[in-house]
Design a protein around this ligand. Structure first.
Ligand code: PLP
Length: 401
């Protein structure tokens, strides 16, 4: 027996373990210090009332013989897939419930989807980005091409026709930068994918954070995208389902490669290798898409986005360059005085007792940025921001000035 050697090419959860290590180390030397974390990539507000009620009702149904349910449909109950299809209809995207696959989260679909493609596929990912794209490809031993982004292109890359590839991972709004692709840019990507005979894996985990009506929330708002793209969405950040778990993957009937419908391949793959999602959660997810549910999740999203405003305006007033996106729960800030992200992390940790996420953890192009999250409580966010504001940019950073 031989192990899959690709596992040893993965960076060992390096980012978050190094953050913990540095924080604990500082704590040991300075006992009694309280930290506030603006590094959270997880929701913190409770599930909304409509969702809770729907789930409680589903639990009750499970307690009675007459309404009890055993194994459910593998790809999700029809009521949920229909609710999702109706959600898309509001954006003028017409989908059949059979083009929607419910899962227990986007994270696994992002990694599992590569199973449909040849092991020698060339994968294009954006740098910086969510590390799961890269890690899934490392395990599969795919060739990875990193397309760099920076403040010069507002962290939105345009396709380069000189680069050939088979699989393209795009995420909008992007984690960590918060950059959102506009229609024109997405049209370019669709055109590029069709010309290269490549497939786009579109991660729309943060689509609900887009408030600008002109910006696309689904790649299927772009003409011909159904012929080249798969969309992977999640209720994690949208509705606080990070612990409850629910995501969905959309594959149109029109997505065909080498005379095979990708929809059918995924159906087969999921029937064999996934367990589906429990009834109770699916009733909760259905409630997210109801009118009342949509109203209630928006109020949580607004809460997180208010935190973002507070963070970005105070960094800005300090003279720190921030990539301000009003469509994301994250602030992407440039480290002052040409510091790298770990140096800036150290100073904020040691002088302000605030934890941020070094951009380097999301790729090489993130090395002079940090990510600050709006998922922390309002009170803690204000406190953290005040501590950061008290930093004297020239004195505390004198080593770098
Ligand atoms: C949080 C997040 C997800 C969601 O993953 P789940 O498995 O559904 O919780 C997907 N993509 C990105 C970029 C994320 O930040």
């Amino acid at each position: 027996m031989k192990l899959n050697q690709n596992f040893f090419r993965l960076e060992d959860d390096y980012l978050f373990s190094k953050i913990t290590e540095k924080t604990e180390d500082f704590s040991k030397k300075n006992p009694g210090v309280d930290f506030i974390s603006l590094g959270i990539g997880d929701t913190t507000l409770p599930l909304c009332e409509t969702v809770i009620r729907a789930m409680q009702k589903a639990v009750d149904e499970m307690s009675r013989k007459k309404t009890y349910r055993g194994y459910g449909p593998e790809h999700g109950y029809f009521f949920l897939r229909e609710a999702i299809a109706n959600y898309y209809k509001k954006r003028q995207v017409s989908l059949s419930p059979f083009e929607i696959f419910v899962s227990d989260g986007a994270g696994r679909d992002i990694a599992d989807i590569t199973e449909l493609f040849d092991r020698k596929s060339k994968v294009l990912t954006i740098d910086p980005a969510y590390p799961a794209y890269k890690d899934a490809c490392i395990i599969d031993n795919n060739e990875i091409i990193f397309l760099k982004t920076s403040e010069k292109n507002n962290f939105i890359p345009v396709p380069d026709y000189d680069i050939d590839c088979d699989i393209i991972y795009l995420c909008s709004p992007n984690n960590p930068t918060g950059a959102v692709y506009d229609k024109k840019t997405l049209e370019k990507w669709v055109d590029y994918a069709l010309k290269k005979n490549a497939v786009i894996i579109f991660d729309s985990a943060y689509e609900a954070f887009i408030s600008d009506e002109d910006l696309p929330r689904s790649i299927f708002e772009i003409e011909n995208a159904k012929k080249c793209a798969i969309e992977i969405a999640s209720l994690s950040k949208t509705a606080g389902f990070t612990g409850i778990r629910c995501g969905y993957t959309v594959i149109s009937d029109e997505l065909v490669f080498q005379d095979h419908k990708i929809n059918e391949l995924w159906r087969k793959r999921q029937s064999i290798k996934s367990n589906g999602l429990n009834y109770i959660t699916q009733r909760g997810a259905e409630a997210v898409f109801s009118r009342e549910g949509q109203k209630q999740i928006k109020s949580a999203i607004c809460y997180y986005k208010k935190n973002i405003k507070v963070i970005s305006s105070s960094l800005y007033s300090l003279g720190i360059w921030v990539f301000a996106s009003s469509n994301s729960p994250y602030v992407w800030a440039k480290c002052p005085h040409n510091m790298n992200s770990w140096e800036f992390f150290d100073i904020i940790l040691q002088k302000a007792h605030v934890i941020v996420t070094p951009g380097e953890g999301f790729g090489k192009s993130g090395k002079s940025f940090v990510r600050l999250s709006g998922f922390t409580g309002k009170k803690e966010t204000l406190e953290a921001v005040n501590k950061i504001k008290n930093l004297k940019l020239t004195k505390d950073f004198s080593r770098f000035a």
